[in-house]
Design a protein around this ligand. Structure first.
Ligand code: GDP
Ligand code: CA
Length: 323
């Protein structure tokens, strides 16, 4: 069995995964953990392949992330970025830190040698001991774009980071998704899992983009998967925590509430994704509706404040399906 399998995005996913790792460490028999990480935010920038969500998870679990800023490496400097800006190379609104650039250069050099992204991740992790297995959702280049009102496409990073998700969007498009395939190990991990967790990540551009890779959603929702699927709400008190996930939910016509996100993921017994959904105490009003729909539910504070607290949240989610 492949233990605990977690679908995760970047910053929210990383904080959640830190809790999963701690929760397993506290067990008498820790199970292996596999994170299937979103690659929809990836982009080519200044000649380099950047993979923001994989990096957020890697840096956070390696303990070298910048806690205050919320992303990137601790002790970062931006000398190279300044030079690139002077040449007009890259996106001036997207900072590439010097230490971070080291990772991007290493990644790109391996990709150019023909190593697939999953192999690149393996090589990067030879340096960083993160205690879990991390898989990109796909080795293929599938990038999330936003279709704007005038029909033009914009890379997700530009819409999110440069425009702070303020430009009205018609829909999200996963460019290249049709011919993409899950990375080696992704479907196997899902099929062999003891339990599958949906992290407190953006339901649209982190979890949604993972599910959209051909065969991922189909496998999760099929009867070959015996493991229970439990999600933890990224929405607290009807709002996204430190973020603009509401702009993404609005675009796909889903209300920003814990219950609406659960309904959007759907109930497994009815062809959807989830067996169980943990909400914050502030969203207890949603519990009755969710229970009536057939979800196994519970509530507790869901702020991933410390590692200990995050592990307690993970334990509470696991308890819903191990009852
Ligand atoms: P990104 O790829 O860096 O945007 O990160 P993710 O997609 O993994 O996570 C973003 C989501 O994490 C946001 O929608 C937030 O609502 C959620 N989030 C961030 N911090 C917390 C927290 O402390 N608790 C919960 N429940 N959700 C959180
Ligand atoms: Ca992301």
């Amino acid at each position: 069995m492949s233990g605990v399998v977690v679908l995760a995005g970047g910053v929210g996913g990383a904080r959640f995964l830190r809790g999963v790792r701690e929760a397993e460490r506290r067990r008498e028999n820790p199970r292996p953990i596999t994170a299937i990480v979103n690659t929809g935010d990836d982009a080519w920038l200044a000649g380099l392949r950047i993979t923001p969500d994989l990096d957020s998870v890697m840096y956070t679990l390696a303990g070298v992330n910048d806690e205050t800023r919320g992303w990137g490496r601790v002790g970062e400097s931006e000398r190279v970025s300044g030079e690139l800006r002077s040449y007009g190379v890259g996106w001036p609104w997207f900072t590439l830190g010097d230490l971070d650039l080291g990772t991007h250069i290493a990644r790109t050099s391996w990709l150019r040698e023909g190593v697939p992204l999953s192999g690149v991740v393996e090589r990067l992790l030879e340096r960083w001991d993160i205690g879990i297995r991390m898989l990109p959702t796909t080795d293929d280049e599938v990038e999330t774009h936003i279709e704007l009102e005038d029909g033009s496409l914009m890379h997700f990073q530009e819409w999110w980071t440069r425009h702070r998700a303020a430009l009205p969007a018609k829909r999200f498009v996963s460019v290249g998704v049709e011919s993409a395939r899950p990375a080696p190990g992704v479907l196997e991990a899902i099929i062999d899992a003891d339990v599958i967790m949906i992290a407190t990540s953006n339901p649209v551009v982190s979890i949604g983009t993972i599910l959209d890779i051909p065969f991922v959603r189909e496998t999760l929702e099929s009867m070959t998967v015996k493991a229970p699927v439990v999600g933890v709400s990224p929405i607290i008190a009807g709002a996204a925590v430190r973020g603009m996930a509401d702009a993404c939910l609005r675009t796909i016509g889903v209300e920003t509430s814990a219950a609406a996100v659960a309904r959007h993921y759907g109930l497994r017994s009815e062809g959807g994704l989830l067996d169980a959904w943990l909400v914050d105490t502030a969203d207890e009003d949603d519990l009755e509706e969710l229970a009536e729909l057939g979800f196994i539910t519970g509530s507790r504070p869901l702020l991933l404040s410390s590692v200990e607290e995050s592990a307690d949240i993970v334990d509470a989610a696991l308890a819903l399906v191990h009852r």
